[in-house]
Design a protein around this ligand. Structure first.
Ligand code: NAD
Length: 436
């Protein structure tokens, strides 16, 4: 059992803290957001994540988990410190390391134990862990021996707890063998394959993994667009491709492209790193370009169908960047909603969880509905932008009953063509034949 402190208890940090407490460690979670700290102290997660609240409450009650906004209290007894602060894109396109540097400084000023290991969970450009060590060493107020470990995070929002206990691998990178083996011990109870490597390679593994997954998405979306032109069905194609184990079935789902808190910023971040290193990443540049075009593919279909979207009443189903989360960071649905309003459309959106978060970005530009029924009633067309189960389970006859003339632009291929063909619905999806 180790005294562990998490610095930055957002989506990654809180899940890390709660799950490390669950496997028996004593965990202190520290964040600069006092409002969120107050919520977490009361057993409330500031964001939605399945299974998180139960584990949070359970470990708070057991006394394994503690929350504070006081850095001194958080760090005075810490032996192992995980950094999980944000690393957004800066205005100049590079990775904004200001939160990382601030966290490193706070750690340096408050640690007191003789030996401390600082573990970076945040996604950071190659070389950043060395910078973290430098910032800590230059700002130390006590005599502490600090070792650095990179432990990039691979969880997916919406299944973060499941992913933490069932990940494919845990990556531990360090130039200090002893520190790496201590962190390996901490993670061993998860029962997951642990890959130990050097610091720089661990940092690169995270970026290149996300870049590869993004590549799969843009690849399948381009093939989907071609399928539409030549009459093939992307779902048949992806299934047939995926049966080859060298290709695999995962991440071959065509749609409206990738959004969210990681893929867009991490693909940009890797390109920026390559540019600084004097290399171009041409495949990744193309991945991002294809993704930008794919975002508006549904809207282009709607424009082709209607000529012009001015004053058209449009329902958008889904605002979160993916199902089972209320996160709208770089959500494609938000961009679509915004663009539709620029075209003069009258947009009403519904999302099971992310309405409040979306309102903070879109404000009064669109209307918000509290149910699918309310959103689609008397609209000219429906856009499906997030693959929530609630949309997949929605009875199709209701589109017939509630819309003027049922027209769906489905960016998530939510319904099977066989199902749709039983109804009087004009149906446009991605990479599959159009149904009328
Ligand atoms: P987040 O915005 O949800 O959380 C970051 C937290 O850090 C916030 O609560 C913020 O208040 C806090 N913070 C900022 N500066 C601080 C400081 N100096 N001291 C203490 N707390 C501070 O971000 P996130 O989604 O959890 O992402 C964190 C990192 O993990 C990023 O680098 C991200 O790329 C990476 N990551 C995220 C995911 C994901 O699905 N969200 C998955 C894998 C990796």
């Amino acid at each position: 059992m180790k005294n562990i402190t998490i610095v930055g208890t957002g989506h990654v940090g809180l899940v890390t803290g709660v799950t490390l407490a669950e496997i028996g460690h004593q965990v202190v979670c520290y964040d600069i957001n006092e409002n969120d700290i107050a919520l977490m102290k009361a057993g409330i997660s500031p964001f939605y994540e399945p299974e998180l609240t139960d584990l949070l409450k359970k470990n708070l009650n057991k006394g394994q988990l503690f929350f504070t906004g006081d850095p001194k209290l958080a760090l005075v007894d810490a032996e192992i410190i995980y950094i999980a602060v944000g690393t957004p894109t800066a205005e100049n396109g590079s990775v904004d390391l200001s939160y990382i540097k601030e966290a490193a400084k706070t750690i340096a000023e408050n640690i007191t134990k003789q030996e401390v290991i600082v573990v970076t969970k945040s996604t950071v450009p190659v070389g950043t862990n060395k910078l973290i060590q430098q910032v800590i060493v230059t700002n130390l107020t006590n005599e502490v021996n600090v070792n650095i470990v990179s432990n990039p995070e691979f969880l997916r929002e919406g299944s973060a707890i499941y992913d933490t206990f069932s990940a494919d691998r845990i990556v531990i990178g360090s130039d200090c063998e002893k520190a790496a083996s201590i962190i390996e011990e901490i993670h061993r109870p998860f029962g997951i394959t642990i890959f130990i490597t050097d610091l720089l390679s661990a940092e690169m593994i995270k970026y290149s993994s996300n870049a590869f997954l993004a590549t799969k998405i843009s690849f399948i979306n381009e093939i989907a667009n071609l399928c539409e032109k030549v009459g093939a069905n992307i779902e048949e194609v992806a299934h047939g491709m995926g049966l080859d184990f060298r290709i695999g079935t995962q991440f071959l789902k065509a749609g409206i492209g990738f959004g969210g808190s990681c893929f867009p910023k991490d693909t940009r971040g890797l390109i920026q790193q390559a540019t600084e290193a004097g290399q171009s990443l041409e495949i990744l540049e193309a991945v991002i370009k294809v993704n930008k075009q794919q975002k508006y593919s549904l809207m282009n279909k709607a424009k082709q169908r209607f000529g012009n979207l001015k004053d058209k009443k449009i329902a958008i189903l889904g605002l979160a960047f993916k199902p089972n989360t209320n996160d709208v960071r770089e959500s494609i649905a938000i961009d679509i909603a915004s663009e539709l309003t620029m075209q003069g459309a009258l947009v009403t959106a519904y999302d099971p969880l992310a309405l409040e978060e979306a309102k903070q970005i879109l404000g009064e530009k669109i209307q918000y509905a509290l149910s699918i029924e309310e959103a689609i009633t008397n609209t000219d067309m429906v856009f499906i932008a997030t693959d929530w189960d609630e949309f997949k389970d929605f009875p199709l006859e209701k589109y017939e009953m509630l819309m003027k003339h049922p027209i769906i632009f489905d960016g998530k291929n939510s319904y099977s063509l066989d199902e749709i063909s039983e109804y009087n619905i004009e149906y446009y999806s991605v990479g599959r034949p159009f149904l009328n």
